[in-house]
Design a protein around this ligand. Sequence first.
Ligand SMILES: C[S@@+](CC[C@H](N)C(=O)[O-])C[C@H]1O[C@@H](n2cnc3c(N)ncnc32)[C@H](O)[C@@H]1O
Length: 292
Amino acid sequence: MTIRTAPTLPDGVEWTAVVVAAHRAAESLSDRPAFRDPLAEAVVRHLGLAAPGRPPNFGSMPGEMAGTTALMGDLVVVRTLHIDQALTDAGLDQVVLLGAGLDGRAYRMPWTGRRIFELELPAGLALKDEAARAAGLKPIAGRTPVPADLAGDWPTDLFAAGFDPSRPTAWVAEGLTVYLTRAEADLLMSRVRGLSAPGSRLHIEIAQPIGERLTHDTATDDGMHRLVSVLRYGPPTPPHDWIAGHGWSPDALTLAELGNSYGRKVNDTWDPARGGIDLWYFDSGLLPARPA
Ligand SMILES: C[S@@+](CC[C@H](N)C(=O)[O-])C[C@H]1O[C@@H](n2cnc3c(N)ncnc32)[C@H](O)[C@@H]1O
């Protein structure tokens, strides 16, 4: 008889990082993967969400995962490809992942010489370290974990970890802003702008109007209730003026546009043309400072 140990999924908002890591693992372990993600593979194995070498089965995932993983469709794969490309094209050697979760870029991108700061709640980083250790994974790029709450005084922690504000930075907020309040998102953007040397870039995902579509009334299972309970909705709709108001060029593509360009199907939930939620991906440079 095989005794299966129950997966130890995180309790708080860090749980959402497992949902997206499961998608990257599924892609990584598919027959024709668009990318490989050894860290995501290690996470699903570590948590008992998939058998070794097998992709997670979204239809029967334990731990309240099935509904939310089905909701995502190809969202995570498309945004991963897009942000990988944007970071590679920008070529900046100081990268800050805001709400890094189980992002595996430090383990999978050929970025020797880049410094990748991973700002994330302590429990999220602990899970990542456990999974990497269990799989014997070592980062390729200069990974610097920074355990911190983005609603707190994270710049102090980032400086202590060796962040250099005189160098241009690539900031990444991928799958983050829906979990922040509007005030937290505003504060985050002000601080990011203040720490950005000329030449910095901002890669940020904004989903709206998510609060009207994903609610406890529309939730179909416990996982969806769990997702709804950690949503805080973040930036305003549409977000372009908000981005510009925080000093960044409002250049964005939608997930539906990116899905077409990568030949991946975006499900109805994320396609406003079919009644879904707008998802924008901003690849922004700094706007000239406004006269005081
Ligand atoms: C959906 S996950 C995305 C993770 C990662 N960016 C990715 O795309 O794989 C959202 C992440 O934001 C983190 N997060 C949410 N609120 C946060 C906060 N106040 N401080 C630090 N991290 C936070 C969560 O813990 C979680 O890991």
